[in-house]
Design a protein around this ligand. Structure first.
Ligand code: ATP
Ligand code: MG
Length: 571
């Protein structure tokens, strides 16, 4: 068995699952965000795939396998050759034709369907594949969590009308719940933004974990839960308090105080008295966004606002330090709306603020007692911020609480975005030609391996649920020189194997300490430890990785006990 375990944490790993998957010999990095699955890692990934396949098949989807290599022509039909940006891994063949390595397969699957499906009678169809995907992520990190090459299950549904497509979406939603239940995840399904895939409805399946990259809010009063990017906040349209007088604007020195925390401590004013000015680039245009000092701007809400206002958002990003310096004539940290030469959009919560603090567009300086309408003009007040704990739920007005999550699955109702662009039509019941209604459904197979490790570990190593563990049982002979120990270990090993149990025998010539450490690090659910002393009394040591007592089991009962604990059907 090639299971190269390590005692030391890798220097570049920040989170437990990344450290442990390397140390336990599941994965090795070959380039930034590009990993080999070692034998242990591959075994677990195959088990994850099997569970996903079983539930997809049960939900009526059919497996196929599309190529990873995709011609640019297809992506040009939907304009995503331009829109997808630098994440798309592009290359040319020897004839200088453009291709990409698929980050997702909407175009390819639509091409397949438009050629062979012509009538509503052939629908609904749901096709899926499990395959490597390629995305040149800006920040590949956390091991398998955010790779540049990773394994995904992607499914695509095709229906003749909205009603039937909505049903397909619901069937996938239910299948996802079954899948994530089988992994034993503590997770939430939340409303999500559809990002650059497009479409009208979408849900993410978020595994709850402190180290998750996503933040989600859920309402204490109703069943609404959403990614903070998407969450609708109820903003009570407060009037400005007329009893508060406009004070005279004044300049204050704030040497080297750049962040809201630093300036608010220095001026002894609450963060809620501040207005942050953030500068973005959309195409060739600069825009400023104002949010209250304790709030965060929501780039997705901003991006769609700018798109609606007719700006080119193909390139949309925060301005860099040089650009901020040029536009504000001050170093980063001192931007403010007064005399700023660009359109200014402000979050709704800024509308009722009076006499607030902003950057002065001057080094080491802020302005106090600033008021919009008097000192500067706002182009538009809109909901531009991220939801956070304590906000009012957009659905019922209840209070939001927040969690961090790892997105393991994402489903989208696409509508006709791709079928219209690519002219994928069928004849409906009335003989009329109509564009296919589509949905797409992703699951991050390799990300799940990391997410399970993130949710199931202790300071000694991983604790795999037996459905995903690379092996379910480890048989540990303690004295490799004792014929009796070896013989009994091999008997137990063979009996378990014959019963269909995934069993590994640690017959390395190593001490008990090293064997226990590896067992704990790798995270195999059960160990059967056979030692000379126990055998004298006809007993074998038995222990669960997840805890519980060390038990002494009679030699004749051990196989049955393991099998009943694993609930493996003996055939
Ligand atoms: P994220 O917001 O994390 O970048 P995404 O919205 O881009 O995810 P989708 O396009 O919906 O992801 O992909 C489907 C699934 O594939 C995701 O839910 C996630 O589990 C997985 N996935 C996406 N990007 C990566 C990646 N870089 N590495 C590993 N898994 C990924
Ligand atoms: Mg992404």
């Amino acid at each position: 068995m090639f299971m190269p375990t390590r005692r030391e944490d890798p220097a570049d790993a920040e989170i437990a699952s990344h450290k442990l998957l390397i140390r336990a010999g599941f994965i090795r990095q070959i380039a930034r965000g590009v990993y080999t699955l070692l034998p242990l890692g591959l075994r677990s990934v195959k088990k994850i795939e099997t569970i996903v396949r079983e539930e997809m098949d049960a939900a009526g989807a059919q497996e196929l396998l599309m190529p990873a290599i995709q011609p640019a022509e297809l992506w040009k039909e939907t304009n995503r050759w331009n829109e997808y940006g630098a994440e798309l891994m592009r290359f040319q063949d020897r004839k200088q034709s453009d291709f990409c390595l698929g980050p997702t397969h909407e175009e390819v699957i639509t091409e397949i369907l438009r050629n062979d499906v012509t009538s509503y009678k052939q629908l609904p169809i749901n096709l899926y594949q499990i395959q490597s995907k390629f995305r040149d992520e800006i920040r590949p990190r956390f091991g398998l969590m955010r790779g540049r090459e990773f394994i995904m299950k992607d499914a695509y549904s095709f229906d003749v009308d909205v009603e039937s497509a909505t049903k397909s979406y619901k069937i996938m939603y239910a299948a996802y719940e079954k899948i994530f239940d089988r992994f034993g995840f503590d997770y939430r399904a939340v409303e999500a933004d559809s990002g650059n895939i497009g479409g009208s409805q979408s849900h993410e399946f978020q595994v709850l974990a402190e180290t998750g990259e996503d933040e989600i809010v859920s309402c204490k009063g109703c069943d609404y839960a959403a990614n903070v990017e998407k969450a609708a906040i109820r903003v009570s349209q407060e009037e400005m308090d007329a009893s508060i007088k406009f004070l005279e604007m004044s300049e204050v020195e704030t040497p080297k105080k750049k962040t809201i925390d630093e300036v608010s401590a220095f001026l002894e004013r609450d963060a809620t008295d501040f207005v942050k000015t953030l500068i973005y680039v959309a195409g060739d245009q600069f825009v400023a966004v104002l949010v209250r000092g304790d709030h965060n701007a929501n780039e997705l809400k901003l991006r769609s606002l700018l798109k609606e206002s007719g700006l080119d958002v193909t390139e949309f990003r925060m301005a860099n330090d040089v650009e901020v310096g040029k536009m504000t004539k001050a170093p980063v940290g001192f931007a403010g709306p007064v005399n700023l030469q660009m359109p200014i959009y402000a979050d709704l919560s800024v509308a009722c603020m009076k006499n607030f603090v902003v950057g002065a567009n001057k080094k080491d300086t802020h302005l106090t007692q600033v008021n919009h309408g008097r000192d500067f003009e706002v182009s538009k007040f809109v909901d531009l911020r991220e939801a956070k704990a304590g906000d009012e739920c957009g659905k019922c007005g209840g209070e939001f609480e927040s969690f961090r999550g790892i997105e393991v699955g994402h489903i989208f109702y696409l509508g006709t975005k791709y079928s219209e662009a690519m002219k994928a039509t069928v004849q409906d019941q009335n003989g009329k030609s109509c564009a296919l209604e589509m949905g797409c459904y992703g699951i991050g197979i390799t990300r799940i391996l990391a997410a399970v490790a993130e949710q199931n570990h202790d300071d000694k190593g991983i604790m795999w649920p037996s459905a995903i563990a690379p092996f379910q049982v480890m048989v540990q002979p303690l004295q490799m020189k004792s014929d009796e120990v070896i013989a009994e270990s091999e008997r137990v090993y063979s009996a378990l194997k014959a019963a269909g149990v995934d069993v590994l025998i640690d017959d390395r010539d190593k001490g008990a300490g090293a064997k226990f450490k590896d067992f704990e690090l790798i995270g195999i659910p059960l160990r059967v430890t056979i030692g000379a002393r126990g055998l004298k009394e006809g007993m074998i040591e038995y222990k669960k990785r997840s805890g519980g007592d060390l038990e002494m089991i009679p030699v004749g009962d051990i196989v049955e006990r393991v099998i009943s604990d694993l609930k493996v059907a003996v055939n």
